[in-house]
Design a protein around this ligand. Sequence first.
Ligand SMILES: Nc1ncnc2c1ncn2[C@@H]1O[C@H](COP(=O)(O)OP(=O)(O)OP(=O)(O)O)[C@@H](O)[C@H]1O
Ligand SMILES: [Mg+2]
Length: 350
Amino acid sequence: MLPHRTFTSITRRLAHLLGHFSRDLGIDLGTANTLVHVKGRGIMLREPSVVAVDSHTRQVLAVGEDAKRMVGRTPAQIRAVRPLRDGVIADFDTTEAMLHHFIEKVLTRRFLEHPRVVIGVPSGITEVERRAVEEAARRAGAWSALVIDEPMAAAIGAGMPVGEPVGSMIVDIGGGTTEVAVISLGGICSERSVRVAGEEMDEAIVAYVRHELNLYIGESTAEDVKIRIGSAFPLAQEMEMTIRGKDLVSGLPKSVVLTSQQVREAIREPLGIVVELVKETLDETPPELAADVMNRGIMLAGGVALLRGLDQLISAETDVPVYVAEDPLTAVVIGTARYLEELDGFPMAR
Ligand SMILES: Nc1ncnc2c1ncn2[C@@H]1O[C@H](COP(=O)(O)OP(=O)(O)OP(=O)(O)O)[C@@H](O)[C@H]1O
Ligand SMILES: [Mg+2]
């Protein structure tokens, strides 16, 4: 039998060799969307974080885009699950199945490739869940896996100088969670998160339309409304759109016109929570770092950063300049990829 040290050294060399065939993977495991970046190739996968499961056999039937198409159109025993609802892992087995599916999908030579994987996860998940996500990635073929906090990844991806001794504030507003963090010298100095983000806004629109217009609409219609005419601040040119739903009284299909002012009113509460969170985090930030943030501004990332006038609203409420990341929807995954580049030369522990 080989002495232990020789064995370790052989496996290390083998891993090094395999590394030549492998490409590092950066993954944004989001509540709404999962993105995978492959080193040297770019973002190779961008799919909704949805899994279709047979509720009798618990068998996974479809993942991602295919599963999302089934939402609301499935026979009774097929359930479309969002394993990361509200920014926490609601269902671990399906999260693992989803991660496994997405990793396999981007690996072309599965038996030869054993990539290093860095996964951005909501900072609200527990230590046990972090370990479990890393383990799931290894079971899916990763040689090594590491999870990093979404706000850190988002800040790196948005090009903020996270390694420098200056305070950088990032606000990542995704589907399930809003996370605010002040980063300096590669670490998070103050941080707050709340389970209120894009999905909560969709729900608020559904509720508003029901109460104010007696019309029943689904969450995907509400999301469409939010994206097409939603805003956080009065618009120079207000907008409107026609939506279709079910009349609450007659039960029949009906169309109504919805204005951007009404949508702004509908999402006032979740927007207020986001603004409060930013203010509270600024309040808790040590004075030197807070001064940096006031001078350098706040960066917005995550899908909701695209909401019209959100930068204006936060800036008006905090008196701090606010910027939107160049591509808010990809900031986290780009951040994981850059993090991996930084790791080059430092072998990641298994
Ligand atoms: N143009 C837009 N305007 C407003 N909201 C948008 C726009 N585009 C996407 N969104 C919203 O952004 C959210 C998804 O953002 P993102 O992909 O960053 O979330 P995630 O990373 O999956 O979630 P989380 O970070 O909470 O785990 C959805 O609620 C979506 O409706
Ligand atoms: Mg996200």
